[in-house]
Design a protein around this ligand. Structure first.
Ligand code: ATP
Length: 199
């Protein structure tokens, strides 16, 4: 599995639709300070479901929509799509190519798309569990993040190892099952209360 392309339109400094195509080997993005290099990584983080404006170096989520310049009007939406080659089927779907897209409008409306079909953030998250690619994965290392990892709490560092070891999805499923069990126990107590009232 590898990242084949990133399409951005209206995201941060990318007013025009731009497609970055990646080929074998290492790709470097170079440019003067403030030209938008980090915005490319932000776009990937965002399409993978980042909910924190701070993580995207903004004050609010609206800040990710192209805000306009002296010569250009602001845009009303931001769109990012990443396409991954999945011919090795590392992502547990039948498709040999997977495109994840996210769009947000100034009105606050937003949507995620998986190969063109609307989906939930939960679907995007689950698709990338244990691949290292999710928004909390280790495949995007932002500026200052190495220091954060080295100085972080052992539990935070453990999360990275869990992801690399491929056990995150089991931990998440266990937590969901435990929550369901706790809810059912509560329901049972309530049913027993009602029963004893009736007796
Ligand atoms: P450096 O080399 O200093 O780290 P960089 O090339 O990584 O810089 P970025 O931080 O990616 O640059 O981009 C910053 C630029 O993006 C700034 O010029 C800023 O004005 C622009 N920018 C950020 N958000 C928006 C937005 N919503 N609308 C328009 N431009 C934006």
């Amino acid at each position: 599995m590898y990242l084949k392309s990133i399409e951005v339109h209206g995201f941060k400094s990318f007013a025009n639709k731009i497609v970055f195509d990646f080929h074998n080997g290492i790709t470097g993005i170079v440019g003067p300070n403030g030209s938008g290099k980090s915005n490319v990584a932000d776009a990937v983080r965002w399409v993978l479901g980042e909910q924190s404006a701070k993580q995207l170096r903004g004050a609010s989520m609206q800040d990710i929509i192209f805000a306009g310049t002296e010569n250009r009007k602001p845009l009303s939406y931001a769109y990012v799509a990443i396409t991954l080659d999945n011919s090795d089927h590392k992502l547990a779907v039948d498709f040999a190519e997977v495109t994840v897209a996210r769009r947000v409008y100034r009105s606050g409306e937003s949507e995620y798309l998986l190969n063109g079909n609307p989906c939930r953030l939960k679907d995007v998250n689950e698709l990338f569990y244990d691949t290292g690619i999710g928004k909390e994965g280790y495949s995007i290392i932002g500026q200052g993040q190495i220091e954060k990892i080295l100085n972080g709490k052992p539990e935070e560092r453990r999360e990275l190892f869990d992801e690399a070891a491929g056990i995150v999805k089991f931990k998440r499923r266990k937590a969901a099952a435990q929550k369901k069990l706790a809810d059912e126990r509560e329901n049972l107590v309530r049913v027993n209360d009602i029963l004893s009232e009736l007796e």
